[in-house]
Design a protein around this ligand. Structure first.
Ligand code: HAM
Length: 421
């Protein structure tokens, strides 16, 4: 059988990696300027973390988790998202005691057993940001402005910010009840999953991809009509902050998001360039999750960016610039080659990209190789040059060459090469 990568798991090849590095580096620098610190959690966690945290009725938990069992039969799951893991780490290490506000970000792979299609993979990567310790609308606005700012810095502008409020434990039960009643009358047109959800978790019907379920909720009651006074005030204030920051948004009262932990603010940043998989980032407030996972009563809000989708948008603008070696060292003859090997190691130690030939071939084929890999300069040294204490430095663009002294050659090369970098 031919060995290939697993379906839905994808290689990121060297000529694609430039955009990934740029995206990560912009994210690290921007999140740092908003006071976020990096956290790295394991890719595998006990299954209950996700079933409890994300919600039993969600597609992620009910259908999409990669779970295996340890020798005692305890389920261990490849993380389908980062929020539950970051909350687990926050609780386990008592990070709330390090300061009232904790801002944490992480970058890494997530795993969901979904049907692969354009923009949807079984292993995908997220940039994930979570902020703990503040319940007010200003932190919602700060997080959303940061997400928008990230896309501005990456250079993607044709995006829409969708915004909603899902209410709180005070007001959401009334909405749930109303929605459940509404769905009961339409039960015949719902898929079997949604017939069950209509009773156990009616908000999840909004996520269902089955056409008749989508049609059934078109005239469903809207969550905003049920918000309590405090939730309305919170939402209004958030909108004002966003207005002050010059961030445009679209109200979308059907935006329930596919995870159960949200309350009040939810948001999604969408593109119309990727077909059905149009969300490039999504997030919201989840004030009850830390408590639900046995932690202190701390409010929180966060979001995650889908990196593959962002890269797909960037790739429409062309592949990222590829780097080329600063120097190729072509040595001929045993003694010269050994010297070249030593010099290459020394120059690489100071961060200069140096290439050489591994096969002890003649000058012609070494020059051919230097040209093929795009080396900007070539250092040539054979028996004659060695005897004269000189080497030849050739500039491949200017097609010029001059001799340099072997004595002190490392310092001379460092100067010449750094000047050109
Ligand atoms: P999510 O909406 O499930 O939220 O995922 C966030 C983003 O990850 C999506 O907008 C999308 O860009 C990307 N994504 C999700 N699934 C896939 C997939 N199968 N293939 C490619 N990209 C995908 C969360 O994960 C929440 N934990 C976000 C959050 C953080 N909420 C609060 N804090």
């Amino acid at each position: 059988m031919e060995l290939t990568a697993i379906k839905g798991f994808k290689d990121i090849l060297p000529d694609e990696v430039g955009h990934w590095q740029r995206l990560e580096s912009i994210a690290r620098s921007l999140l740092g300027s908003y006071g976020f610190q990096e956290i790295k959690t394991p890719v595998m966690e006990y299954m209950e973390l996700f079933s409890r945290g994300i919600g039993q009725e969600t597609d992620i938990v009910s259908k999409e988790m990669y779970t295996l069992h340890d020798s005692r039969g305890r389920g261990m799951t490849l993380r389908p998202e980062a929020t539950a893991s970051v909350v687990r780490a926050y609780v386990q290490h008592r990070l709330d005691q390090k300061g009232p506000i904790q801002k944490l970000f992480s970058i890494g792979p997530m795993f969901r057993h979904e049907r692969p299609q354009k923009g949807r993979f079984r292993q995908f990567h997220q940039i994930n940001a979570e902020m703990f310790g503040d319940a007010g609308p200003k932190s919602d606005a700060d997080i959303i402005v940061m997400a928008v700012h990230l896309f501005e810095m990456i250079g993607i502008s044709d995006l829409t910010l969708n915004l909603n409020s899902l209410g709180c434990p005070e007001c959401r039960p009334r909405f749930r009840e109303e929605l459940s009643c509404y769905l009961k009358d339409l039960s015949g047109s719902l898929c079997p999953d949604c017939q069950r959800r209509a009773v156990t978790n009616p908000l999840r019907v909004f996520d269902c991809k089955v056409e008749s379920c989508g049609n059934a909720v078109i005239n469903a009651p809207s969550v905003v009509e049920f918000l309590c006074g405090a939730c309305v005030d919170h939402f209004e204030s958030l909108k004002e902050y966003l207005g002050d920051a010059g961030v445009e948004f679209t109200l979308n009262h059907r935006l329930v998001r596919g995870l159960d932990y949200y309350n009040r603010t939810t948001f999604e940043i969408q593109t119309n360039r990727l077909g059905a998989q149009n969300a490039v980032a999504g997030g919201g407030r989840y004030d009850g999750l830390v408590r639900l996972l046995s932690g202190p009563d701390q409010p929180a809000i966060g979001f995650a960016v889908g990196m593959e989708r962002v890269i797909a948008l960037l790739e429409e603008g062309g592949r990222s610039e590829t780097k080329t070696p600063g120097l190729f060292i072509a040595g001929m003859g045993d003694e010269a080659e050994r010297l070249c090997f030593k010099w290459a190691a020394e120059l690489r130690r100071s961060g200069i990209w140096v290439e050489m030939d591994y096969a002890q071939r003649g000058l012609k084929s070494q020059m051919k190789k230097a040209g093929r890999i795009g080396a900007r300069k070539v250092l040539i040294i054979g028996g004659d040059e060695l005897a004269r204490g000189k080497a030849l430095l050739k500039d491949m663009d200017a097609k010029e060459q001059h001799e340099i002294e072997i004595n002190n050659i490392i310092e001379i090369l460092k100067k010449v090469l750094n000047k050109n970098d």
